[in-house]
Every structure is written in structure tokens, then in C-alpha cells.
Design a protein around this ligand. Structure first.
Ligand SMILES: Cc1cc2nc3c(=O)[nH]c(=O)nc-3n(C[C@H](O)[C@H](O)[C@H](O)COP(=O)(O)OP(=O)(O)OC[C@H]3O[C@@H](n4cnc5c(N)ncnc54)[C@H](O)[C@@H]3O)c2cc1C
Length: 406
């Protein structure tokens, strides 16, 4: 039986590990936290996941939440006009319902499921010496440690990483008591030009349904400055900023309360693509998975989706590979297949971090007047390859608009 070791029990490591177990591989997952520590710890993400990624989970029988999880039926975009109103606004339904399951709910359950299906779970922080040992004992060693320090073993790919510093200060809060937006059936995505973005989305947390408030602030601007705040102070600051910049969202939040004292997060990181293969001092090679190799800013909500797609893609490549050795060529092939599909999400996400070019403003204006354009953009969150070619290119955007509005 081929032996595969995965470091990291997040979306990607667990999904891949469970898929491999189901195909008869001998799999060990190393996690630096127990399920209980994850469940009782701090929130980590807003983890909105769209149809394609959720289908990967369903294919493995990992959708344990059913009706308990609030549906994300669509997505609305508003651009603030700087005077308390909206310069434009549009919304559309998603072809497939999206979900956000607090990772504190999902990962402990998946860890139990991995063990139940025959996987071996080891709990400790894997360092370099551990990687050497696992690589020697395993046919294939995969690092799925997300933003963990160990990802630094993989060299930054400067050509694919246009930013070398964080482009947004991230701050979120899980709350109850948020009023629904009548014209927003799921995610509300608000752009505050020059300052950042504010999102809301329904989610399922450890105590039941909730909503997530999520600011992405341009560093040094008024939407930055959450680092080190106590959770209640962070929520109070959120409400103050909503009143100042997105008052239609403030109205929804007059009665919100934190779901729990660990329901807030603040931080920042530089979006980074890394080389997929790292060579350990012994010469052994290890393969990076998901955020370890493609770390996108959450502005477009692609990270968990990419983690799921990367795990599904690696699983297919491993199964195709049969009994052949997992050498460097195999590792490059596995990443290359994923990157062929993932690069649109990364390029689109990086573009959204800059000031929107004129053709994107025109696309948004057209979406607010035409429901077909709005639906195409909204459904692109599930698969950005669909609109990538016209969203990123002024001439193609013009052609697309001319065709749709003819
Ligand atoms: C504020 C915020 C909001 C987000 N919102 C969204 C969203 O709406 N939609 C979306 O799709 N994505 C979103 N993301 C991104 C998403 O959360 C990540 O892309 C996704 O969790 C990556 O999955 P992963 O399996 O690669 O890594 P992770 O989920 O980070 O899992 C890695 C695991 O490895 C463990 N680990 C680390 N180092 C070691 C070690 N040395 N030894 C053992 N274990 C180790 C970690 O503790 C962790 O459990 C958001 C991220 C942030 C920060």
C-alpha cells in the first residue's frame, strides 16, 4: 500500500487525505492542533465556498451540515459614493448555493471522519526534522500547512507574485442579530473606493447560524487599525466604520453581538505564489498543497475554494500516476495541472487589490443595468475562468458588453 504523509489538517490536507484513504492509500495527517483545540480556538476565515468546491466535498461524502447551514443563494455588489450612498449596486443569484461553515466546526468533524475511515492522525507541530523523517518513511510527502511557518521552505515565485507586502488589513467578526438585506440573498460585497472593502455573509458557527462581518482595509487607511483590539472593541469599531462609510450596512447591525469571545480575527499577509517543490537538506523532495503554494488575499473569497480544487486536482493526479515513483517531475505535473486552472483566480484576485481600471468600472455599471451581466460576474466567483478573459482585458470587456447589450 502506498504511504502518503500530509502536514496540515485544514481544508486541503483533510480533503485530500480522506480522498486518498477512500482509494486504499496509507495516509498520515500531522496537525499542530487537536480537533478540540481548533473547535475552542479563534475563528480563522470567512470560508465562503461555492458550487464547484462544495461538489468536491459532496463527492467524498463530507457535507455533514445539510439544512443546518444557512444558504448563500447569491451575491450583491455595492460601490459606496463617499456621501453615505451607493454609486451603483447590483445583485444576482448563484447557479449553485454556496456555504460558509466555520472551520472550527468543519475541521474537527473531518479529523474524526478521517480517523474513522482508517487514516492516522498525529498531533504535533511538524518541523524540518519531522519532514525529513516523514519523507524517508513515506512514498510521498505533502505540506498543506496553510500560512504556517513551514510554508517558508517553498521558494517564493517572484514572477507569479506581484506583491511583496500585504495589500489589505483583514478583520472579521462572527455575529448574531444582523438584519437581512432584502435585495441581497447571500454575500454582500461593498467597495469603499480607495479605502477597502466590507463583506457580510451568513455562516454556520459552533453555536449555530450567524453572520460574518469582514473588513479589508488598505494598509494605513481608516479601515486599518484592528490589530491588538479586544473583540468587543473590534466590534464597536466595525459599527463606527459602517456608520461612516456604508450606512446601509450599519442599519443591519444595530443589534449585533459576537457569537463568542474567539469570534474575531485581525491580521494581514502578502499574497504569494511559491514554487511547488521544496528540497530538504537530505535531498528529499516535498510537494506543497493549496495555501502553501498559492496564497491569495481573501478579497475574492477564493482561498478555501482553491484549497478544495487543489486537493481534488492532486487526488486525480495521484490516482492517474499509479505505482510510478513520486519524483520531482510528478510533483511539477501535479502542481501544473492545478495552476492551469487556478491562475485565473490568482490574477483576478490580485487585480481586485488595485484601483479598478476604467473598463472594470464600466463592467460594474453595465451589471447594475443588465441582469445577465450581473449573473455572469456573480457566478464567476465559483469559477473565475468563466469571465477572466473579458474582465481582465479592456478590449475583450468592450466586445463582451457590446455582444450582451446588442
Ligand atoms: C480573514 C480571512 C477570510 C477568508 N475568507 C475566505 C472566503 O470567504 N472564502 C474562501 O474560499 N477563502 C477564504 N479565506 C482563505 C481560506 O481560509 C484559506 O485559503 C484556506 O483555509 C486554505 O486551506 P489550507 O488547507 O491550504 O490551509 P489552512 O486552512 O490554513 O490549514 C492548514 C493547517 O495546517 C496547520 N499547520 C500549520 N503549520 C503546521 C505544522 N508545522 N505542523 C502541523 N500542522 C501545521 C494549521 O494549524 C492548519 O490547521 C479567508 C482567509 C482569511 C485569512
Amino acid at each position: 500500500m502506498r504511504k502518503i504523509t500530509i502536514v496540515g489538517a485544514g481544508q486541503a490536507g483533510l480533503q485530500l487525505g480522506i480522498g486518498l484513504i477512500d482509494h486504499g492509500y496509507d495516509v498520515t495527517i500531522v496537525s499542530n492542533r487537536t480537533g478540540d483545540q481548533i473547535r475552542e480556538g479563534r475563528v480563522m476565515s470567512s470560508q465562503a465556498m461555492f458550487g464547484t468546491a462544495l461538489a468536491h466535498e459532496r463527492n467524498l461524502g463530507l457535507d455533514f451540515w445539510g439544512d443546518a447551514c444557512p444558504s448563500i443563494a447569491g451575491l450583491g455588489v455595492s460601490i459606496a459614493n463617499g456621501q453615505g450612498g451607493r454609486a451603483l449596486s447590483f445583485a444576482a443569484r448563484l447557479d449553485a448555493t454556496a456555504h460558509s461553515i466555520d472551520q472550527r466546526v468543519k475541521m474537527p468533524l473531518w479529523m474524526g471522519e478521517f480517523a474513522r475511515r482508517g487514516g492516522r492522525l498525529e498531533i504535533h507541530e511538524a518541523g524540518l526534522a519531522d519532514l525529513e523523517r516523514y519523507a524517508a518513511e513515506s512514498d510521498l510527502m505533502i505540506v498543506a500547512a496553510g500560512k504556517g511557518e513551514i510554508a517558508g521552505l517553498f521558494e517564493r515565485d517572484a514572477e507569479r507574485s506581484p506583491y511583496d507586502a500585504p495589500q489589505r488589513a483583514l478583520a472579521l467578526a462572527y455575529v448574531t442579530g444582523m438584519a437581512p438585506l432584502p435585495d441581497r440573498p447571500g454575500v454582500s460585497f461593498n467597495v469603499i473606493p480607495g479605502l477597502g472593502e466590507y463583506f457580510t455573509m451568513p455562516s454556520l458557527t459552533t453555536s449555530g447560524p450567524c453572520d460574518i462581518m469582514f473588513f479589508e482595509g488598505v494598509p494605513g487607511g481608516p479601515l486599518d487599525g484592528f490589530d491588538g483590539l479586544a473583540p468587543d472593541a473590534q466590534l464597536a469599531k466595525f459599527q463606527e466604520l459602517l456608520r461612516a462609510y456604508v450606512p446601509w450596512e450599519a442599519e443591519r447591525c444595530t443589534d449585533v453581538a459576537l457569537t463568542d469571545w474567539n469570534g474575531t480575527l485581525a491580521g494581514r499577509f502578502a499574497p504569494t505564489v511559491r514554487k511547488p517543490v521544496a528540497t530538504l537538506p537530505s535531498g528529499a523532495r516535498v510537494l506543497g498543497l493549496a495555501d502553501v503554494v498559492v496564497l491569495n488575499d481573501p478579497i475574492t473569497g477564493q482561498g478555501s475554494n482553491n484549497a478544495s480544487k487543489c486537493a481534488a486536482s492532486y487526488l486525480a493526479t495521484i490516482l492517474d500516476h499509479g505505482e510510478r515513483p513520486y519524483d520531482a517531475a510528478f510533483m511539477e505535473l501535479a502542481f501544473g495541472r492545478f495552476w492551469d486552472n487556478a491562475q485565473s483566480a490568482t490574477a483576478w484576485t490580485n487585480a481586485m487589490l488595485g484601483a479598478p481600471p476604467q473598463h472594470v468600472l464600466e463592467l460594474f455599471a453595465a451589471a447594475s443595468a443588465n441582469s445577465r451581466i450581473a449573473a455572469r460576474f456573480v457566478n464567476g466567483f465559483d469559477d473565475p475562468r468563466d469571465f477572466f478573459h473579458w474582465f481582465m482585458d479592456p478590449a475583450a470587456a468592450k466586445n463582451y458588453l457590446a455582444k450582451v447589450t446588442a
